[in-house]
Design a protein. Structure first.
Length: 411
């Protein structure tokens, strides 16, 4: 059986089911019809590192939320989002649904970033991966982990009720035209176990100092909003008349008139400036426990707000709130540019500098033949606990054209 036939057998039924429909994106293959192995020991270590790092990010974010607001500005948080980011909903966790991106290096597992605000790859990890494992008669490392999503959402709603928020009307929202985002929001709605509705972002309205959803011509009040839409973008959005709807929505959050998921404080952990701050505190030997210092040293990379790297140390520069490899530049051991993102997004943002590590190379089969790329592992932190994993294969700079690579548990 050739690769095209395998692909048709796997993905045609999925498209008909309507849950995972974006196996083909941007005019090219996205989800691969092959499978990659991860050992049980590596699976266990990724989970352990995810939870340990989650606690470190939570501890640091909580301290930032109670610090002077100027610190959030230094981390790259947009001015319109600073007050909301300081609202502390969920104790002891940095976000409800987040994803650490790991690479396996000669020095072991290292994180590149923490997608704590609007992580993608959810359906790929919690749904698609199991279906591909079924096809290959393989063990799914993510088996039965959907329940983590259910538990996390119920915990969040319970917490908001304890804080006095209304939680009767729950809505999930994303850009309806964006197949992946809308599909992910609908999948999370399905897994949440909540009596909730999906509404496109374009059908949200602010009226008489409250958020409403336009459903079948009626305006329904929104008490809790799950939004798969970056807070940094939302904060700057205006309506067609120039009214700052994004800033008003965040003001509703600040005044306790709207609960949002992920919580607004997730933006603090999303910014790559957070990694620079954690590393700076770590080098000074302050704030963290001995075990936390060990975790930082083991799983994080030296990261700074200014360029401290000198030859022969290769490094990478990244925008603090960039996405999908936007505005990333790789520098070699001689200080020269090895590779630079060619798109026009995020170049106006503040930059952090991070030690570059050699990515794990891999060859995969695709519709266009063999592809030599580099492997990045995503590990979800759901409600403070390690959950499903996913893998992507792309170039030296992993962008939105990277392949989704299903994984199986080996041994």
């Amino acid at each position: 059986m050739d690769y095209q036939q395998k692909r048709d057998i796997i993905y045609s039924p999925l498209r008909r089911e309507g849950i995972f429909t974006w196996d083909w994106m941007y005019g090219k293959e996205y989800a691969l019809a092959t499978i990659h192995s991860i050992s049980k020991s590596h699976r266990q270590e990724i989970a352990q590192a995810t939870e340990r790092l989650g606690r470190i990010f939570a501890k640091t974010a909580a301290a930032i939320q109670s610090a002077d607001p100027s610190l959030l500005k230094e981390l790259g948080i947009p001015k319109a989002a600073i007050a909301a980011a300081r609202v502390h909903y969920l104790p002891d966790i940095p976000t409800l649904i987040g994803r650490f991106d790991f690479v396996y290096t000669g020095q072991g597992w290292k994180i590149l970033e923490f997608n704590s605000d609007t992580p993608g790859g959810v359906v790929e990890a919690f749904y698609l991966n199991g279906r591909v494992c079924d096809y290959f008669n393989a063990e799914d490392p993510n088996a039965d982990l959907n329940k983590d999503i259910t538990v996390a959402f119920r915990h969040a709603i319970s917490r908001y009720q304890q804080l006095g928020y209304k939680t009767d009307n729950v809505f999930f929202s994303a850009l309806e035209w964006h197949e992946e985002d809308a599909g992910t929001a609908r999948y999370l709605q399905r897994c949440s176990g909540l009596a909730a509705m999906f509404v496109p972002l374009k059908d949200l309205r602010i009226y008489q100092d409250r958020l409403y959803a336009l459903v079948d011509g009626d305006l329904l009040p929104v008490d809790v909003l799950y939004r798969l839409h970056p807070l940094g973008i939302l904060a700057e959005e205006k309506d067609i008349n120039g009214y700052p709807t994004g800033a008003h929505l965040l003001d509703l959050v600040v005044r306790g008139k709207l609960a949002i998921i992920n919580p607004p404080g997730a933006l603090i952990s999303q910014t790559k400036g957070m990694q620079a701050l954690i590393w700076n505190i770590h080098e000074k030997g302050e704030f963290f426990t001995a075990d936390e210092h060990q975790t930082i040293e083991q799983y994080m990379l030296p990261t700074y707000f200014e360029n401290r790297f000198q030859s022969p140390v290769p490094y990478v520069s990244k925008p603090v709130l960039g996405r999908e490899g936007g505005a990333v530049t790789l520098f070699g051991s001689d200080g020269g540019i090895v590779e630079r993102d060619q798109e026009g997004n995020y170049w106006d943002q503040d930059i952090i500098y991070q030690k570059y590590v050699q990515l794990e190379s891999i060859e995969v089969e695709t519709l266009t033949g063999k592809y030599d790329g580099y492997l990045i592992w995503g590990s979800f932190l759901i409600g403070g606990r390690a959950s499903a994993i996913t893998a992507r294969v792309g170039g030296l700079i992993t962008n939105d054209l990277a392949y989704c690579l299903p994984v199986k548990l080996d041994g």
